[in-house]
Write a protein that binds this ligand. Structure first.
Ligand code: ADP
Ligand code: MG
Length: 657
């Protein structure tokens, strides 16, 4: 069997690495380049797609037929892609629940198709470098990718001819590359990964040579691209103020279906391919490249000249940009990463001083401001000052662009049987559970559980002679089912029986790739259904964040709602049982006792009537008190009913006459 390669399929850059005789190394292509831009150009006619650096160069000239930042669209539906995300120089199609596609002339391509082109190039480069066929790969994804996004990544790998052995979270791979397994027992590490299009912060702990992810937070739409865009906006203003072309028009950068095939002049115009439209796109692409180059150079220089000669035949643009100015423009974007750092620490129940190291990953962390901010937020010891007690060390020893790919290669080697002492563990970003009686969320796997994981619970029916139960799988942090996300529903049938008798086992299993499989079993017959859940709802980071925030914000209301629903279910059960008892035992009861039970019943019914028709919540304290009073009042009745039932049983068996 061929060896397994590790692949960092990045938003901006992709890399392939292997472990060779125990040493992880990134493989270069025939031009000696170790980074392959995740960019694919689709030329006219039958010519094959152009990938990587070559495509990146063509991108300036053929912006409408060159796809970049495709990772942002992986496994996402049209409705989930914002207007801002669609602001690319090629046509993004797909609405509502439909998949995102890119129109390249007369072809509609999926994000998987495009990613597969990048992976095909990495596969060919690896085969050329190693001199042997390469068919197996470990591919990394941001920690916050949901099932749909992970599945799309896996499919892209398969399209490229790989057997995808494992999907691994990027921060976990990075920690491996930093060799953090060599730290002392129980060391804790924060991985700050800021690339071109994603941000993650994960807290890991080393236990007996095993990495455990204590928590993870991030944003799948935050990265170096946003800094480039901010700088571009600034340059667009400067160009306009210097008397150059106005590139701010709303249509800027959003070509309207350049591949549409309907004929006629009006159609040609509507296609956005008029010379003016094309020229503007070329200008914007040049501007984007100039902005990124300036940003990169300002990581090592104090000031640079941004120069765009002959932006139009009569206008050339130059601007002297300083590091201070870049920092002023982009600081606000970088500050957005702080909340994720704090939340990850809070989820891990740690403070910054409990960390041993903070490692930086992703090309954008080369920016001095990023390093300063990270050092400040985590209270790191001054770089170079060595580890002071109680202060984490800011570790920037590895090449931030390559750490993830190297870690993927190490993971590949582990799967191949090498490096046996290491294991990888990841965590669930949100709680998973099912809907139960009264519309409540019953959590089966809590948020931040280590995966792979298997957990289950036993349920029963709420109604007599129910023939099936509906298993409604939910994801989220809210108490009520309707406030969480629905991942899917399916039915389990069983033989009718009185309520409370059927026993239904529900088991959740999350495999090593983070994909959830739900099993429901009728315990009596062993009949079962297993349904793999392809997350129908996108768990993109902004939504995870919102979910967590809302759960905190509504914690009090949610708790009241849960208490109300539970008290109400209890009340309806005891009311029915008490009425039944009063009827059956009527002759045996003192009239005064009957009156006191009736009164207690009345108070429960009054408390139930406090339910607000809008919020479906009533006076919780009053209902709980009324339930308790009814329990107290019916104790004698309950004893009497129990005696009668026992007597009937004994008589039936002929033990008494
Ligand atoms: P991804 O993981 O998204 O593929 P990378 O880790 O390759 O991304 O990082 C790419 C980002 O890093 C780009 O936005 C790029 O502009 C930025 N970048 C690369 N080198 C530098 C540098 N020296 N200074 C600042 N930013 C850089
Ligand atoms: Mg990356």
């Amino acid at each position: 069997m061929s060896r397994i390669v590790g692949i960092d399929l990045g938003t901006t850059n992709s890399l392939v690495a292997v472990v060779d005789s125990g040493i992880p190394m990134v493989l270069a292509d025939k031009d000696g380049s170790r980074l392959t831009p995740s960019v694919v150009h689709y030329p006219a006619g039958d010519a094959p797609p152009v990938v990587g650096h070559a495509a990146n160069r063509i991108r300036v000239l053929e912006p409408a037929d060159t796809v970049y930042s495709v990772k942002r669209f992986m496994g996402r539906r049209g409705a989930e892609v914002s207007v801002q995300e669609r602001r690319v120089t090629y046509a993004v199609e797909g609405e509502a629940a439909g998949p995102v596609t890119f129109r390249m002339r007369d072809r509609a391509l999926t994000p998987e198709d495009v990613s597969a082109e990048v992976l095909r190039k990495l596969k060919a480069d690896a085969e050329a470098a190693l001199g042997e066929p390469v068919t197996r790969a470990v591919i990394t994804v941001p920690a916050y990718f949901n099932d749909a996004q992970r599945n799309a990544t896996k499919r892209a790998g398969e399209l490229a001819g790989f057997t995808v052995e494992r999907i691994v979270n990027e921060p976990t791979a990075a920690a491996l590359a930093y060799g953090l397994d060599k730290l002392k027992e129980h060391s804790r590490v924060a991985v700050y990964d800021l690339g071109g299009g994603t941000f993650d912060l994960s807290i890991l702990e080393l236990n007996q040579g095993v990495f455990q992810v204590l928590s993870t937070h991030g944003n799948t739409c935050l990265g170096g691209d946003d800094l480039d865009r901010r700088l571009m906006d600034f340059l667009i203003d400067s160009i306009r103020m210097a008397g150059g072309p106005d590139l701010t028009e709303p249509s800027t950068g959003i070509p309207t279906e350049p591949g549409a095939t309907t004929g006629g002049d009006a159609a040609a115009e509507a296609k956005g391919l008029s010379p003016v439209g094309t020229e503007r796109l070329v200008m914007l692409s040049r501007l984007r490249e100039a902005a990124e180059q300036a940003k990169i150079r300002l990581s090592s220089e104090e000031a640079v000249e941004v120069s765009l000669p002959f932006l139009t035949p009569r206008f050339s643009f130059t601007y002297r940009l300083t590091r201070v100015e870049l920092e002023r423009l982009t600081r606000e974007i970088l500050l957005q990463t702080r909340a994720h750092c704090l939340r990850s620490l809070a989820d891990a129940k740690l403070e910054a001083k409990d960390l041993d190291q903070v490692i930086l990953v992703g090309g954008q962390t080369r920016m001095p401001l990023v390093r300063r901010l990270a050092a400040e937020w985590f209270g790191c010891a001054e770089p170079g000052a060595g580890g002071a007690r109680g202060k984490p060390v800011l570790n920037t020893s590895q090449n931030p662009d390559e750490a993830v790919a190297l870690g993927a290669a190490i993971q590949a080697e582990i799967l191949d049987g090498g490096f046996k002492h290491l294991l990888l563990l990841d965590v669930t970003p949100l709680s998973l559970g099912i809907e139960t009686f009264g519309g409540l969320m019953n959590v089966i796997i809590p948020r931040n559980s280590t995966i792979p994981i298997k957990a289950g619970e036993m349920f029963t029916t709420a109604v007599d002679n129910q023939r099936s139960v509906l298993i409604h799988v939910l994801q989220g942090e809210r108490e009520r089912a309707r406030d969480n996300w629905s991942l899917g529903k399916f039915e389990l049938e069983f033989a009718p029986a009185p309520k409370g008798v059927p026993r239904v086992g529900v088991q959740f299993e999350i495999d090593a790739d983070g994909i959830l499989h739900v099993l429901a079993r009728d315990i009596a017959t062993g009949r079962q259904v297993v349904v793999p859940m392809r997350s129908a709802v996108d768990v993109d980071d902004a939504e995870v964040q919102r979910m967590v925030e809302e759960s905190v914000e509504h914690a009090f209301d949610d708790l009241r709602a849960r208490q109300w629903i539970e008290a109400k279910l209890r009340a309806s059960e005891t009311v029915v049982a008490t009425r039944k008892g009063l009827t059956e035992c009527h002759a045996d009861l003192e009239p005064a006792y009957r009156v006191s039970v009736e009164a207690a019943l009345g108070r429960v019914e009054e408390a139930l009537a406090t339910e607000d028709t809008r919020t479906k919540v009533g006076d919780v304290a009053r209902l709980i008190a009324a339930n308790a009073a009814l329990d107290e009042a019916t104790r004698a009745l309950a004893d009497l009913m129990m005696d009668k039932a026992m007597e009937a049983l004994l008589r039936q068996r002929g033990m008494i006459s």
